[in-house]
Design a protein around this ligand. Structure first.
Ligand code: COA
Ligand code: AMP
Length: 632
């Protein structure tokens, strides 16, 4: 099989990607099977909206499955499903997975789903979720996977935005402590949504069987009668999926990914960044509802001809505290990719790493960590325990693959704790000061990327180019704003310190404080509110709510706080993890009335920040100090 081409070392490749993007990306595109090979890489005719490989045609599912069978990998394992919570393991060869996918693609076409139609997938970590995604790709339909930890309201918002023809769901998910019935959540979402899909396909699970209504179709029954269908070639620039992500407001942004640029970039990244090659076993311990799941559970390993591990459950804790090591040993995993929070959870339960000794994890060559800042303490603990490189990489839903990483397959760089290392090809990463000029080495600023972004990154926000430009491209002309703050050192290593907007990262899950504030503000007793992300030793950050109640209420404030915690869980979902709301007398503001969220966060985190000169009434923040610091 064609390998992703490799020429010079990192410096030469990186320079070439910026100076000769046509040559660099057309070379990388040779690792993909095209029905019409592209003759051009970048189309800048509608800048700042860029397209990649404008005259190429391909099918992503063909590249993920069929081509490997044609090349003799039909009997190799494509997907290993390991579910301690369901007490089940299963494995699919490339041929078996292709057959399932082709048949489910037949189910979808039978329901009238055609190229360009949207399909929402609301499923736990079961093989059918991967089958559904790839079946959409096979027929050129656009999938939109919604994370199972989101509640009905969030699902409804996404259904109304994506306007799917069909929704695919399972009867339930399984969390270590409870079975989560998904079908009632879907029914509630459809009662809330304005848009109605024509049909819902439901995968029944034995842990909790769903009640079916007129538009529901049983997955197994539908599969029994469906005919397999082949791959539909699409334009490289056609959308493959929409993935909603949290922004600063309550309305999530539908990140749109293309087919061609995505396949080329992910294929390049798996070998050059993650040093993982055809036939090897890659395990991304994340969820298909997040971008890490899209890129590194499903697409990149399968595009590369690897075996991917689909793990259902927490990789730590109940029912098996040593699950992380057991899975590596049992499936001969060569690269593990997860979030630092998972490693902190392992460390908390087993500080001396004793559970590791029961397992032979000799197959493991690298541990990759992303999703939140890798704190130096976690980095050192994992490095000492595992004796393999622990590799930080920084990126986001919008980019789909690493912006800054250590290119372990191309040219490993010395690791520096606290830095995800250097920019990847095509990403011209800059640190900008408040005036939009390049900040000197060592100085903090906004992390921005000079346009164009490389292949595989977002095309736009679903059906809203203006929002894409407004949200990402308007702060500094000619740049994409990442929303993160950071700096570079003298060697060009990038340090990413955290969000400079109202997005927070809770246990590696990206959430919007704005969305939580909307829920709090909707309570009839709340006059005003703020949600801030404060440091947490396990989850990195957790949200905390502060509310001011309307005057003259005759209710116990604690009861209202309890209702508010429940409302966030009900509306956004348990994954929001808002456990604490304090009722306070007033919120600190600037003279122009802006709530000083950053100041509150700094105080809660124990940082001695100077109060901003624009503060309206310093007495308000002084009164809040003990609440924020937990000294009450
Ligand atoms: N469906 C339903 N509920 C879900 C869910 C899902 N798919 N995912 C999470 N939840 C629920 C959890 O059960 C929990 O509910 P609870 O409040 O009743 O306990 C809540 O949402 C918060 O979940 P989480 O943030 O995952 O916290 P946790 O304490 O259950 O687990 C970790 C913490 C660190 C073990 C866990 O987050 C983890 O393994 N993370 C790995 C990394 C990862 O997935 N990163 C994503 C991007 S790489
Ligand atoms: P998501 O879109 O869910 O992948 O979240 C992206 C955000 O997570 C980024 O904008 C960062 O704030 C944070 N993030 C992801 N990876 C890292 C990392 N390696 N270091 C620091 N922050 C990270």
């Amino acid at each position: 099989m064609t390998q992703a081409p490799k020429q010079g070392g990192y410096a030469a490749e990186y320079r070439r990607s910026l100076e000769d993007p046509e040559g660099f990306w057309l070379d990388a595109a040779r690792a993909i099977d095209w029905t019409v090979a592209p003759t051009r890489a970048l189309d800048a005719s509608e800048a700042p909206l860029y397209r990649w490989f404008p005259d190429g045609r391909l099918n992503t599912c063909h590249n993920a499955l069929d081509r490997h069978i044609d090349a003799g990998r039909g009997e190799q394992l494509a997907l290993v499903y390991d579910s301690p919570v369901a007490g089940r393991e299963a494995a699919f060869t490339y041929r078996e997975l292709r057959d399932e996918v082709a048949r489910f693609a037949g189910v979808l076409t039978g329901l009238g789903v055609a190229q360009g139609d949207r399909v929402v997938i609301y499923m736990p970590m079961i093989p059918e979720a991967v089958v559904a995604m790839l079946a959409c790709a096979r027929i050129g339909a656009v999938h939109s996977v919604v994370f199972g930890g989101f509640a009905a309201h969030e699902l409804a918002v996404r259904i109304d935005d994506a306007r799917p023809k069909v929704v695919i769901a399972a009867s339930c998910g399984i969390e270590p402590a409870r079975v989560v019935p998904y079908k009632p959540l879907l029914d509630d979402a459809l009662a809330l949504a304005e848009h109605q899909p024509e049909r819902c396909v439901i995968r029944q699970r034995p842990q909790c069987t769903a009640d079916m209504t007129g538009r529901d179709l049983d997955w197994d029954q539908a599969m029994e009668t469906a005919e397999p269908v082949g791959c539909v070639p699409v334009a490289a620039t056609d959308p493959l999926y929409i993935l909603y992500t949290s922004g600063t407001t309550g309305r999530p942004k539908g990140v749109v990914r293309d087919n061609g640029g995505h396949a080329v970039a992910l294929r390049w990244s798996l070998e050059n960044v993650y040093d993982t090659h055809p036939g090897e076993v890659f395990w991304a311990a994340s969820d298909v509802g997040w971008v890490v799941g899209h890129s590194y559970i499903v697409y990149a390993p399968l595009l590369t001809g690897c075996t991917t591990v689909l793990y259902e459950g927490k990789p730590v804790g109940t029912p098996d505290a040593g699950a992380l090591w057991r899975v590596i040993a049992e499936h001969r995993v060569t690269a593990l990719f997860t979030a630092p929070t998972a490693i902190r959870a392992v460390k908390k339960e087993d500080p001396r790493g004793e559970l590791l000794h029961a397992h032979d994890i000799g197959s493991l060559r690298h541990l990759f960590l992303a999703g939140e800042r890798l704190d130096p303490e976690t980095y050192r603990w994992a490095t000492d325990l595992l004796g393999v490189p622990v590799v930080d990489n920084w990126w986001q839903t919008e980019t789909g693959w690493p912006i800054v990483a250590n290119p372990m397959g191309l040219e490993p760089h010395p690791l520096k704790a606290g830095s995800p290392t250097v920019p990847m090809p095509g990403y011209d990463v800059r640190i900008l000061d408040a005036t939009g000029r390049d900040a000197p080495p060592g100085a903090d600023g906004a992390v921005a990327i000079r346009l164009p972004l490389p292949p595989g990154t977002l095309l736009t926000v679903w059906q809203d180019d203006a929002r894409y430009v407004r949200s990402y491209l308007s702060a500094y002309s000619g740049y994409y704003l990442t929303g993160d703050g950071g700096r570079k050192d003298d060697d060009g290593y990038v340090y990413v310190m955290g969000r400079i907007d109202d997005v927070i990262n809770v246990a590696g899950h990206r959430l919007s404080t704005g969305a939580m504030e909307e829920v709090l503000a909707a309570h009839p007793d709340v006059a005003e509110c703020a949600v801030v992300g404060v440091a947490d030793p396990l989850k990195g950050q957790v949200p905390r709510g502060l509310v001011v109640l309307k005057a003259g209420l005759d209710r116990d404030p604690q009861d209202i706080a309890t209702e508010l915690v429940a409302a966030v869980r009900e509306t956004i979902g348990p994954v929001a993890a808002l456990r604490r709301v304090d009722v306070v007398a007033a919120l600190p503001k600037t003279r122009s009335g802006k709530i000083l969220r950053r100041t509150m966060r700094d105080i809660a985190d124990g940082r001695d920040t100077e109060l901003p000169s624009t503060i309206d009434d310093p007495a308000v923040i002084e009164a809040l100090r003990p609440v924020l610091r937990d000294d009450v």
